[in-house]
Design a binder for this molecule. Structure first.
Ligand SMILES: NC(=O)c1ccc[n+]([C@@H]2O[C@H](COP(=O)([O-])OP(=O)(O)OC[C@H]3O[C@@H](n4cnc5c(N)ncnc54)[C@H](O)[C@@H]3O)[C@@H](O)[C@H]2O)c1
Length: 386
């Protein structure tokens, strides 16, 4: 194969966005040949461009029309369609989250292990943002020394009631498996686990429908503890205007602060733990240097990830984010909401079955009546850069 015939399943906000740059020829050695959406009307503009169209995802995967697919449906179908693609030998890029909950993610990952020659990627393009690349580079280089505290206020995810009413699946236990955690701030939870690893314990305090007429959480404050004793707090919300994106990482050797578009490193001349043990006086601190760290913008991060996916298929290039890594953000999201609902601290690894059972109970007992109002199409891509 010297050119990948790619298809998209799910032609909503993000599916149409992927289709746009693929049709514009932005990806080398790749052609969008066919698309699929359960809602036939969504496929019509693509049929008019000469693409093959389908309304059943599994039939589409088995059709022989595509070598690879992007799964861009609501969350629960990521697992079923991902598994169908892996079984059919069709390479698959699954949109975030890779599944609606941890037990489903385990099923998907276990299927991918049975098919190691089929490429399985996760769309976690936020990791390619230069600000996060810089932070990871500084952490990995040991510039901060041992990390002792992480604080991330990530409330820059405002959504209106019109957003929630725009489709049946949104912000329901049954359609989405949760709210702000499994959908919006999942990107930051992925970036968090990539930069800092996984905590050992999580205590969540979530509020369901605090700002919106929805049954799932739209506000979360979580406290975490890592095996080395470092602590973390993570806050997110879809109800605040203006929102905040402020990440503060305190280490023995200094502090790194990302505040929206500004990244600052305050470096200690002598590391805090050494100063603590050696200083002969009580209040003084070592000298500190403040360094502003410049960074640019990622150039079409989603397209970059699809180019990497194509290169992985054709050349065996390493994936930016192997699909299996997608379980970490789901585990954090699930642990935060599960802990909130049972009003207890949970230890990680999270008991996947316990959360799946709880989620199924929430789905069964739901009395929520979802109001759906078709919203005018708008440019949602402004919400990408965080
Ligand atoms: N990586 C990113 O930056 C990013 C951005 C937005 C959304 N997403 C993810 O993409 C997914 C879709 O989000 P969206 O905002 O585009 O949703 P959406 O509701 O706008 O679109 C979903 C589409 O999937 C179709 N669909 C539903 N079930 C299907 C099935 N079984 N087979 C085929 N088509 C089906 C629907 O008809 C709809 O057109 C979500 O999981 C979301 O988290 C990722």
């Amino acid at each position: 194969m010297d050119k990948v015939r790619i298809g998209i399943i799910g032609l909503g906000n993000i599916g149409r966005f992927h289709a746009g740059y693929l049709l514009d020829g932005k990806i080398d050695r790749c052609e969008l040949t066919a698309v699929c959406d359960a809602f036939e009307k969504a496929t019509v503009p693509y049929a008019e461009k000469g693409l093959k169209t389908f309304t059943d995802g599994e039939e589409f995967i088995k059709s022989g029309e595509v070598d690879a697919v992007i799964v861009a449906t609501p969350h629960f179908q990521h697992t079923t369609l991902g598994i169908a693609a892996l079984e059919a030998g069709v390479h698959v890029m699954v949109e975030k989250p890779i599944s609606a909950h941890k037990a489903d993610a385990e099923r998907l990952i276990s299927k991918s292990k049975e098919h190691p020659d089929v490429v399985f990627g996760g769309m976690f393009q936020m990791r390619s943002e230069p600000r996060y690349q810089k932070i990871k580079q500084l952490i990995d280089a040991g510039e901060l020394g041992e990390i002792v505290r992480i604080t991330w206020i990530d409330t820059d995810w405002f959504r209106s009631d019109a957003y929630y009413q725009s489709s049946e699946w949104r912000a329901t236990w049954k359609g989405e498996g949760g709210g702000v955690l499994i959908n919006q701030c999942l990107h930051q939870l992925d970036t968090f686990s990539w930069m800092f690893g996984m905590p050992a314990k999580v205590r969540g305090f979530a509020q369901l429908g605090k700002f919106h007429d929805i049954e799932v959480e739209d506000n979360i404050t979580a406290y975490m503890e890592f095996a080395n004793g470092a602590t973390g707090t993570f806050l997110s919300s879809t109800g605040e205007i203006p929102g905040t994106n402020r990440l503060e990482i305190a280490g023995h050797r200094g502090k790194l602060v990302l505040d929206h578009d500004k990244l600052t490193f305050i470096r200690n001349e002598v590391s805090a733990d050494e100063w603590n043990k050696t200083s002969k006086i009580g209040f003084a601190q070592p000298d500190q240097w403040t360094i502003d760290i410049p960074f640019g913008d990622a150039d079409m991060p989603h397209a970059g990830y699809i180019q990497n996916f194509v290169n992985a298929i054709l050349d065996g290039a390493p994936l930016n984010v192997p699909g299996a890594e997608g379980i970490n953000s789901i585990e954090l999201a699930n642990a935060m909401i599960y802990s909130s609902l049972i009003d207890q601290t949970v230890e990680l690894p999270l008991d996947a079955k316990a959360w799946e059972d709880k989620l199924n109970e929430l789905i069964e007992k739901s009395q929520f009546e979802k109001k759906v109002v078709e919203a005018p199409k708008e440019d949602f891509t402004k919400s990408f850069r965080k």
